[in-house]
Design a protein around this ligand. Structure first.
Ligand code: TXA
Ligand code: MG
Length: 309
């Protein structure tokens, strides 16, 4: 069901009782719980089998709801006005008297926040008197979920409710920018760095070599659990071959992210395709060269991490 409005009340009841509910967003599905509750946020870590040191993103309806929890600054306002609600996550200074559960931040003095765009999730957030901590709705290190069925694949019936918002529009996680000190891109994502640079009048770059402080930056992630080779011209006979440009001949091992190098379309299909290939029990994957610009940069980032198994 595209507009799962009838279930929003049910979701609220479960969340009020400190349970987890899966929610749609424009990037990927999230596994949500009351960000002010220790009991609720602990459930997220348990369900996801995620190590406790890895902090969670908190999802808000409006800035007004955020100001009790975080310090905001001019750069935040500029980016918020341009991109929110939307696929951008801000890391901000946590206020001392914030009600955010200590499990969300693992005791750190910063908080990652986001204003998701999904109609259903915004309606849900508006109905609650707390924000929602929500990491991607997948088992730790596995492929993120972009449909209700993907979430079911990951968790079976361990989650009491999955709100259905249809397929996630963008299909790749949000871009993360830290605004705690000088702006710094922590994760490539659905918004290109060039767009951020335009708004901030900066020249930020993403550095792969940065020390690993968050899991989305760890080398092993987003993984279908089988080897992936990148920049391949000719695949081996037993490889699933991921392509972005139509070939003259058909092969059942071919999986198109797009047929005409449309990188936004490719981004949207990436996780769906990896999941499909895994289900078909291929033992290895080869990927055609993907240009390292726009969404291509984010796709390459995810593939590189997924390939380190
Ligand atoms: O698009 C998204 O961002 C999705 C949807 C559900 O909103 N969420 C998502 O969450 O991708 P998750 O937990 O899978 O990835 C969030 C990343 C993690 O790598 C985490 O380590 C990092 O954000 N993170 C969370 N809090 C942070 C903080 N205070 N400072 C730096 N990184 C942080
Ligand atoms: Mg994730």
């Amino acid at each position: 069901m595209k507009k799962d409005l009838s279930n929003i009340k049910k979701a609220k009841v479960l969340l009020d009782k400190k349970h987890c509910v899966a929610i749609p967003t424009e990037t990927v599905y999230g596994l949500a719980a009351n960000a002010y509750s220790d009991e609720a946020t602990l459930r997220i870590f348990k369900l996801k089998r995620r190590p406790k040191f890895n902090p969670l993103i908190v999802h808000y309806f409006k800035v007004k709801d955020l100001i009790d929890d975080c310090e905001i600054n001019n750069n935040f306002k500029k980016l918020y006005n341009r991109f929110c609600p939307g696929p951008l996550t801000f890391v901000l200074k946590l206020k001392k008297n914030s009600k955010i559960s200590r499990h969300v931040t693992n005791g750190a003095k910063t908080l990652a926040v986001r204003f998701p765009k999904s109609f259903i999730t915004r309606n849900l957030l508006r109905s609650l008197n707390y924000p929602l901590a929500a990491p991607s709705a997948n088992i730790y290190t596995q492929i993120s979920a972009v449909t209700k069925n993907d979430v079911k694949d990951e968790f079976g019936n361990k989650i009491k409710l999955i709100l259905d918002g249809g397929r996630s529009k963008l299909g790749l996680e949000s871009t993360i920018i830290s605004l705690v000190e000088k702006p710094e891109i922590l994760r490539l994502g659905a918004i290109g760095i060039n767009k951020i640079n335009k708004v901030l009048k900066t020249n930020l770059k993403y550095s792969k070599k940065k020390k690993i402080i968050v899991s989305g930056q760890s080398k092993f992630h987003y993984s279908p659990g089988i080897p992936i080779r990148l920049n391949v011209k000719k695949p081996f006979y037993d490889e699933a071959f991921i392509l972005i440009q139509k070939r003259k001949y058909f092969d059942k091992n071919h999986f198109y992210l797009t047929k005409n190098r449309n990188l936004n379309e490719a981004g949207k299909k990436l996780y769906k395709t990896l999941r499909e290939i895994k289900k078909l029990k291929f033992k290895r994957i080869a990927v055609q060269k993907i240009p390292n610009k726009g969404m291509g940069q984010t796709i390459n980032d995810r593939l590189r991490r997924a390939s380190k198994i």
